[in-house]
Write a protein of this length. Structure first.
Length: 180
């Protein structure tokens, strides 16, 4: 069983990105368990004074869920040409302790839908860069951005195929091992 933790960059209950995450969870391929990491809104902004043995329960819960996963999939919109603050904050918490955080060494993919002309391109680039600096292994072959506001991403077979394909690419990803 491959466990995939999903971080959703939108806190809105009816967010199309949350709906994409829910659809992936419901339609996960055999042998894949998709777990949406809830509680990102409850995680305080990262502050090293709060971290350590007495880290806030919400931050600890997010860390534990990601640490227990084999892969991480980020599904996010774009806010003001970058990733949402809640997602950036989650990556900050997941990156600590430096080099040993819950995201360190995990394959991470980034997708999302947004009704902007750029389809979340900058948010996805920023998320990949931040995750990589946090120690994740970013799967570069995953790039699903939906730009058209005229397409129902939950009903369009082409878009749904690309989204499922992104999950399958992430699950099938095998990180290169360093030469001996």
């Amino acid at each position: 069983m491959t466990r995939v933790a999903v971080l959703v960059g939108s806190l809105r209950a009816d967010s199309v990105n949350r709906q994409v995450a829910e659809a992936l969870k419901a339609q996960a391929p055999e042998g894949v368990q998709v777990d949406i990491v809830d509680g990102l809104a409850d995680v305080p902004f990262y502050n090293e004074d709060l971290d350590g043995e007495t880290a806030p329960a919400a931050a600890t819960a997010v860390r534990e869920q990601v640490a227990g996963a084999d892969r991480v999939l980020v599904i996010t919109p774009e806010y003001n040409a970058t990733m949402p603050a809640v997602l950036n904050n989650a990556i900050d918490w997941l990156s600590r302790p430096y080099g040993q955080g819950a995201i360190a060494g995990k394959p991470v993919g980034v997708i999302g839908v947004t009704p902007t002309p750029y389809g979340g391109k900058w948010a996805h680039e920023d998320t990949r860069r931040s995750a990589k600096i946090a120690g994740a292994v970013v799967v570069e072959d995953i790039d699903v951005s939906q730009t058209s506001i005229d397409v129902d991403v939950l009903a369009d077979p082409e878009v749904q195929g690309r989204i499922r394909g992104a999950l399958e690419t992430l699950v099938d990803f095998a990180a290169e091992q360093p030469a001996a």
